[in-house]
Ligand binder design. Sequence first.
Ligand SMILES: NC(=O)C1=CN([C@@H]2O[C@H](COP(=O)(O)OP(=O)(O)OC[C@H]3O[C@@H](n4cnc5c(N)ncnc54)[C@H](O)[C@@H]3O)[C@@H](O)[C@H]2O)C=CC1
Ligand SMILES: O=C(O)C1=N[C@H](C(=O)O)C[C@H](O)C1
Length: 233
Amino acid sequence: MKIALVGYGKMGKTIERLATSRGHEIVARLGRNDQMKQAQIADVAIEFTSPESVLNNLNELIKLNIPTVCGTTGWNDDLDDISNLVIKENCSLVHASNFSLGVNLFFELNKKLAAMMSTFNEYKVSMNEIHHTEKKDAPSGTAITLFEGLKDPLKKTNWSLEQTNDEQIVTIDAIREEDVKGTHSIFYSSDIDEIEIKHTAHSRDGFALGAVIAAEWIHGKKGVFTMKDVLGL
Ligand SMILES: NC(=O)C1=CN([C@@H]2O[C@H](COP(=O)(O)OP(=O)(O)OC[C@H]3O[C@@H](n4cnc5c(N)ncnc54)[C@H](O)[C@@H]3O)[C@@H](O)[C@H]2O)C=CC1
Ligand SMILES: O=C(O)C1=N[C@H](C(=O)O)C[C@H](O)C1
């Protein structure tokens, strides 16, 4: 398959290595000042840029009718508009806050644990996420997806980066430390004990491999999908 990389930073370079090892050809590597039309020679574009660039990039890719895998985080509020555009232009998009198999299994575990904890009010839920200091968004997209997975069973309305006594709000502590690839923990704490579930990424390879698998999967499909569709979870 011919792949265009939109964004050639930490993720773009890791995706190049994994895509090449699976027999794909990288036909374009687009940076901030490049013309999106260069991606038209590809079968699929893989977009990992930044919260400020992603909407413009997705608009251009979809209007050029290039099937796209998007891993950039920080644009949840615009998902409906982008999805409508994909449908209108008869294009295809896979988006995910986290493309790794391990985190997608962790998303399912989070939902099951939240359903189990929903009747035990003595436990207070909270979360933390740890990432490298270059990360632009907080909380991480993965932490927001984890929140979405537990909010209904636990009757929560929103998340907050600050500590709060509001029982409907889940506190997410966003910690930034040198070179951390991505760690997410969910805590259920009572006066007596604590239950913790945790996912630790040892490298970016899991995110990149998932994005390449999503690119292979979307080839020839139309519509808006997530990694849950790709993995059949
Ligand atoms: N969904 C997932 O599994 C994962 C998502 N991410 C997300 O992916 C994004 C990128 O992460 P990294 O590669 O670590 O960041 P990075 O900062 O290392 O690389 C981003 C690259 O995109 C370039 N860029 C910015 N605007 C652009 C534009 N308009 N067109 C083309 N290139 C542009 C930057 O110059 C930079 O080279 C972030 O939003 C991050 O949260 C990161 C890892 C996994
Ligand atoms: O910026 C990162 O590095 C990561 N971003 C994604 C997120 O915001 O959840 C996925 C992963 O945790 C790494």
